[in-house]
Write a protein that binds this ligand. Sequence first.
Ligand code: ADP
Ligand code: MG
Length: 245
Amino acid sequence: MNYLVEVKNLKKNYSSKEAVKDVSFNIKENEILGLLGPNGSGKTTTIGMLLGLLKPSGGEIKIDNMIFEKDRIEILNKINFISPYIELPKKLTVKQNLTVYGKLYDIKNLKERIDYLTEKLRLKELLNRITGELSSGQKNRASLAKALINNPKVLFLDEPTASLDPEIGDFVRSFLENYKKENKISILLASHNMSEVNRLCKSVLMMKNGAIIDKGSPQFLIEKHGRKNLEEVFLKLSRSENEFN
Ligand code: ADP
Ligand code: MG
C-alpha cells in the first residue's frame, strides 16, 4: 500500500497541556480522510504539525516517504493547506496574492495555473479586488485557489467550509469532489460539517481529548454505535465522559 502521509505516535504538549497524545494514522493516495472531533480535541494542532508549523513533542511524520528534518523544502513543495493559522495577505488583490504564492512555489506556467483555478473557483471577476474586502465565501475560494496553486499531492483542510452559507459550502464540496477525481489528490479534512464528511470521506478519524478514539467509514461508525447518522455518532462522542464504549 502506498501511503502519502504516515503519522506514528504523534504528540504535542503545550507546557503541561497534552493537546495531542500518541496519534497514529495513514492517508492513502487519492483518499479524503475526515478528521472529526469537538472543539479542543487537537485537530488543528495535528494539522499544524503535519504542515511543519508546529514542532511535535514526540512521534514521527512522513510525507511521501520523507521527513521534515531532512526534506523540508521538498515536502513543502508537495503539500498545501487552508488553516486558521494563516490568512492570505489582506492588502493584496486576489491576483497579486496568487501570483506571489505561485512565485514562492516557483510554478511554471503560472498564468495558466491561475487562469485554470480562478475559472474553476469562480474567481475571475474578483481577481483585481482587495483580498481583505472580500466576503467570507469569496475569501474562502481565494484561499482554496492559493492552496492548489502548486498542484499539491496532499492537501490539509482545517474546517474549510466553517463560515460559508449552504450554497457556497455546497459549491466548495462539489469543487473538491471534482478536483480530487481529476487530480488524484489526497486530502485530510477537519470539519464540523457531518454531511460534508459523509459525502466526501470514505474513512473518518474520531478525535477527542487529543486522541483518536474511533475510526472507519461513516457507515461503519453509524452501525457500530447504533445511531442513525454521523451527526448522532458525533454527539455521542462529544457528550460521553471519556472514551467511546
Ligand atoms: P481543535 O482544532 O480540535 O479545536 P486544537 O488543536 O486547536 O483543537 O486544540 C487542542 C488543545 O490544545 C485545546 O485544549 C487548546 O486549548 C490547546 N491549545 C491549542 N493551541 C495552544 C497553544 N498555542 N498554547 C496552549 N494550548 C493550546
Ligand atoms: Mg481547530
